[in-house]
Design a protein. Structure first.
Length: 307
């Protein structure tokens, strides 16, 4: 059974260096400048290919397209290990430890301006080949990869609404009379999210307490997710919009799993994707929060190509 989709390590190709460097999931560089060199003949940086669903019509020549579906992606990376002796062994072991048929790794491509996109890939052992003795310094090793999710992913996009309560003396000047203060029980805050990507992406909404109600709605679209669910200062409400989940979980702050399923308590359940507009400055999602907590709407943009 495949490992959960968490890239344990990154295999990175930098277009400005034309060389692999190996990083951990935390971002620490393990191998820089001594990794394998990239040979010519890379495959997989373009579009993955699509299946077209269509029907014929008697109204005119041609076909009527009813939809498309991206296929899984295959990639091929010709690499050359130029090290000698024990250094060659060490780099080989490190490189292959990043790739597995059962665990996703991230092939990240950097552009000259420092921006990047990454493809989550599995090693295809059946297609990975040594044409000659691999100890030869100029031997090209063909590394075959497969991506079940065919889209290149960009850095996480995040919109945050934070509401801080204002504190006012109950009466008189500060320090006069009993130490009573008035703190609003609820305040409203809203923000927007800038769109990125080539295809729609499904976000995750996290409400950090204290909060009593929230609403998330994209502009120009009549759909929203909302609720009046009390979230204490030690809790968080996590709502996954992905069609395979679409659930609301109330958890302790900082927890990444478990909790209480409160999906039935949502008053608005029209889950929506973040759709690209090709206008980078358009704000398309509004967050409204009642309380003194914080709302975070995040998603990872998806792209057809690496560049």
């Amino acid at each position: 059974m495949p490992h959960p989709t968490q890239a344990a390590r990154f295999v990175v190709w930098d277009l400005t260096e034309a060389r692999y460097r190996i990083e951990t999931a935390a971002g620490a560089v393990v191998s820089s400048g001594i990794g394998p060199r990239v040979a010519t003949g890379i495959e997989g940086m373009g579009g993955p290919g699509i299946d077209v669903f269509a029907r014929e019509t008697q109204r005119g020549a041609g076909r009527v397209r009813t939809g498309t579906r991206a296929k899984h992606r295959t990639a091929f990376l010709p690499v050359v290990f130029e090290q000698r002796g024990q250094e060659w062994v060490a780099v080989q072991r490190l490189f292959w430890s990043c790739l597995s048929p059962d665990r996703e790794a991230a092939w990240r491509v950097y552009a000259p301006d420092g921006s990047w996109r990454e493809l989550l890939v599995y090693l295809d052992e059946n297609g990975t080949v040594y044409h000659q003795d691999p100890t030869q310094r100029t031997q090209i090793i063909g590394v075959a990869l497969a991506a079940d999710n065919p889209f290149w992913l960009g850095p996480e996009q995040l919109a945050v609404t934070a509401v801080q309560p204002s504190v006012a003396p109950f009466f008189g000047a500060t320090g006069v009379g009993p130490p009573f203060q008035i703190v609003p029980g609820a305040q409203d805050g809203s923000t927007g999210l800038t769109v990125a990507g080539d295809v729609e992406a499904w976000p995750t909404l996290t409400i950090l307490g204290p909060a009593s109600a929230f609403s998330t709605q994209p502009l120009f679209v009549e759909s929203a997710v909302s609720a009046e669910i009390p979230v204490s200062g030690s809790e968080q409400l996590v709502i996954d919009f992905d069609p395979t989940a679409q659930a609301a979980m109330l958890r302790a702050k900082g927890a990444t799993s478990g909790g209480t399923n409160v999906t039935a308590q949502l008053t608005g359940r029209a889950f929506f994707p973040i759709a690209p507009t090709f206008e980078p400055d358009v704000q398309v999602v509004l967050l409204t929060l009642a309380g003194a907590g914080e709302a975070r709407l995040s998603y990872r943009p998806r792209y057809w190509r690496a560049i």
